[in-house]
Design a protein around this ligand. Structure first.
Ligand code: 3PG
Length: 307
């Protein structure tokens, strides 16, 4: 069995060493394609592999077509919107993610981003504190929960909305108040932390109306996906309301335009960096390798997302 780690944004060395140990320890071969800059490199690297470990790397129908022996793809991370599930399923390829493994890194960044905005982008001048403010969490999955718990620990009043979690006890266990609609969530949040996946339903769903409904001085924090944002709508709201702020670790499609227009009220990191910690790399990378070995040796499909 040949397992390829294809990462345009590579894992930390320690994570790669750990993946190698797991793969070779199981008697399989490991191949590495890191920092590739052209799709053609990925297309030729996948030609003879049985399994693929990726991060945000795009596994398109073309990649799947080129990978004639491919049996399993594991996205080391949470979001699998970068994998063409229809094409993979049509070929009988199992697709998995590694839920929860890099969540803490993203949650820490979300909280850090709130403080960064509250303190004027770490520039001189009077800022504000996040303690006592209301933090709204949009989608209460692995990352959302950690943001909620950390927000509580910082003295924030935490509310959350998740259309897929109807049991209030899930929220109450963290001292978080469940609200019943997206509208109620945004209307009451001084800080809104986004954790929805990018799906056909969510793409472009966060824009003008929701932002305009937020309290005075509110901040939208996006460590999810840029596709869920209606950028034109966000720009319109930021133009009409000079008190609103927006921060993201997803380089916005119109980032320079945003910075030019809104100065310190908008901040976008140069590269997607929520899960960029050594710990998250190790957790997610090793989980991916273990899941592949467990799949080949025991047929375990627990984390399959295209069942
Ligand atoms: C995820 O979906 O797990 C995060 O967005 C991390 O993505 P990355 O592996 O590209 O940093």
């Amino acid at each position: 069995m040949k397992i390829l780690v294809a990462t345009e944004k590579p894992f930390a060395k320690k994570a790669v060493d750990g993946i190698r140990q797991i793969v070779e320890g199981a008697g399989y071969e490991l191949a590495l394609l890191e920092k590739y800059t052209d799709k053609s490199e990925l297309l030729s690297a996948v030609a003879d592999v049985d399994a693929l470990i990726i991060r945000s790397d795009k596994v398109t129908a073309e990649v799947i077509e080129a990978a004639r022996n491919l049996k399993i793809v594991v996205r080391a991370g949470a979001g699998y919107d970068n994998v063409d599930l229809v094409a993979a399923t049509a070929r009988g390829i199992v697709v998995m993610n590694t839920p929860g493994q890099n969540s803490n890194a993203v949650a820490e960044l979300a909280l850090a981003m709130m403080i960064f905005m509250a303190r004027n982008g770490f520039t001189p001048g009077t800022g504000s504190e996040i303690q006592g403010k209301t933090l709204g969490i949009h989608a209460y999955g692995n990352v959302g929960r950690l943001v909620g718990r950390k927000g509580k620990a910082m003295g924030m009043n935490v509310i959350a909305y998740d259309p897929f979690i109807t049991d209030s006890a899930v929220f109450e266990a963290d001292g978080v108040k469940k609200v019943n609609s997206v509208e109620e969530l945004y209307k009451n949040s001084d800080y809104l932390s986004l954790h929805i996946p990018a799906t056909e339903q969510t793409k472009g769903s966060i824009g003008y109306d929701l932002l305009m409904s937020m309290p005075k001085g509110a901040t939208l924090v996006n460590t999810a996906r840029k596709e869920v944002i209606d950028e034109q709508g966000v720009m319109k709201a930021l133009t009409e309301r000079e008190d609103l702020k927006y921060i993201t670790d997803i380089a916005a499609g119109i980032q320079s335009e945003l910075n030019e227009k809104f100065g310190r009220r908008v901040f976008a990191t140069a590269k997607k960096m929520g899960a960029e910690t050594a710990e998250a790399n190790i957790n997610a990378g090793l989980a991916a390798a273990n899941q592949i070995v467990d799949f080949f040796k025991n047929g375990n499909t627990r984390f399959q997302v295209n069942k």
